[in-house]
Design a protein around this ligand. Structure first.
Ligand SMILES: Cc1ncc(COP(=O)(O)O)c(C=O)c1O
Length: 360
């Protein structure tokens, strides 16, 4: 027997969501597999997508090499490029694509001795002000890299700060600046992340870069027609391991911060913040117990949390509890914890991962 905390990963849903992204975008789509595929397992996700995806995006060379070691031969883009010029020989050897987002990277690349020219995604800061070359230096960097013989292909890219706000003027401004800075330059274009793909058709270009939507979660706070077609890839569940019958006004859990509002049956579930369930999730956060809706009550502890079984008399020890998945949207849990589904998903750990619907 083992602990019943389980993350079921539905790879067929991942493929479905990728195909949806591809259809919506109409052109190539890079699948973002960084942070262990947003907590879902980078290698199994890459394997499930290997015959579909146009390429993969990761945060660093370690993540890329893990995929190459697992036999993934598809293009892999380093979304932050290299952190030190000493990575460049490995990047060339493993045929990785790299983002160039800062002047020091341009200079390092121009100075490098390379065994072969590299495939570069040259990133413009069109308004997010995190990474990306300034508009004034972009065209010169493009020209210098192309003239250097160090670059085999160039993709012109930028990233949106507020594409999840469907009426944001800032996104229109980012688009306009990108078009202005790249006008007449050679190379494919890449702009749209998931919210760009789903909500900003004007941002569709040669390459989309999809992350959160692939895992079945919507980037938008409000309903969206494409979100209805996304299928959650992860289902996090565990079991009730104990039941407490409490009178009204009794405290539950650490800090005694929650008092029962009525005579209550409280179920103890074997899953806590060490598994990635957010400790800050509030009373009332939805859960599903044997398929029926209920709620979190009391403070989440490291290995356990407590739920309301008062109106579910048939539920007790052994009942199955879904923390998120097809019945409880991960976005609801994220909202209750004042964060976003991205963070919730990529924090999942320790649970027993079970993969379903592998290669079709
Ligand atoms: C450069 C870049 N492109 C695309 C993505 C995917 O974003 P999303 O998960 O919103 O689709 C990310 C992830 O943050 C990113 O850093």
């Amino acid at each position: 027997m083992s602990r019943p905390a389980i993350a079921d990963i539905h790879l067929d849903h991942l493929r479905h969501n990728y195909q949806l992204a591809r259809r919506v975008h109409g052109h190539r789509v890079l699948a973002a597999l960084k942070a262990n595929a947003y907590g879902h397992g980078a290698v199994p996700c890459a394997q499930a997508l290997s015959e579909l995806a146009d390429g993969f995006g990761v945060a660093a060379i370690e993540e890329a090499l893990e995929l190459r070691a697992a036999g993934i031969t598809a293009p892999i883009l380093l979304l932050e490029g290299f952190f030190d010029a000493s990575e460049l020989p490995l990047i060339a050897q493993h045929n990785l694509w790299l983002t160039v987002h800062h002047r020091w990277q341009v200079d390092a690349l121009l100075a490098a001795e390379l065994s072969q020219p590299l495939h570069v995604w040259l990133k413009l800061d069109s308004g997010m002000h995190r990474v990306g070359l300034d508009p004034q230096e972009y065209r010169a960097a493009h020209a210098a890299l192309l003239a250097s013989g160090k670059v085999s292909d160039m993709v012109l890219m930028s990233h949106f700060a507020r594409a999840d706000e469907l009426d944001a003027e800032a996104t229109r401004q980012q688009l306009a600046l990108f078009l202005q800075c790249t006008e007449g330059l050679s190379g494919a274009r890449s702009l749209a992340n998931s919210p760009g793909l789903m909500g900003w058709p004007a941002a569709h270009s040669d390459w989309g870069r999809a992350g959160i939507m692939l895992y079945g979660s919507t980037p938008f706070p409000q309903p969206h027609p494409i979100a209805n077609d996304l299928k959650p890839v992860m289902r996090l569940s565990s079991k009730v391991i104990g039941v407490r019958e409490l009178a009204a006004n009794e405290p539950i859990g650490y800090g005694g911060a929650t008092l029962t509002s009525r005579p209550s049956r409280i179920g103890v579930v074997a899953l806590g913040y060490a598994d990635g369930y957010p400790r800050i999730a509030r009373n009332g956060t939805p859960v599903a117990i044997d398929g029926q809706h209920s709620q979190l009550l009391g403070r989440v502890s490291m290995d356990m949390l407590t739920v309301d079984l008062t109106d579910l008399p048939a539920c007790g020890p052994g009942s199955e509890v879904e923390l998120w998945g097809p019945t409880v949207r991960v976005e609801q849990v994220a909202a209750s914890a004042q964060t976003i589904s991205y963070e919730i998903l990529c924090n999942v750990k320790r649970a027993h991962f079970r993969y379903h619907g592998g290669k079709a």
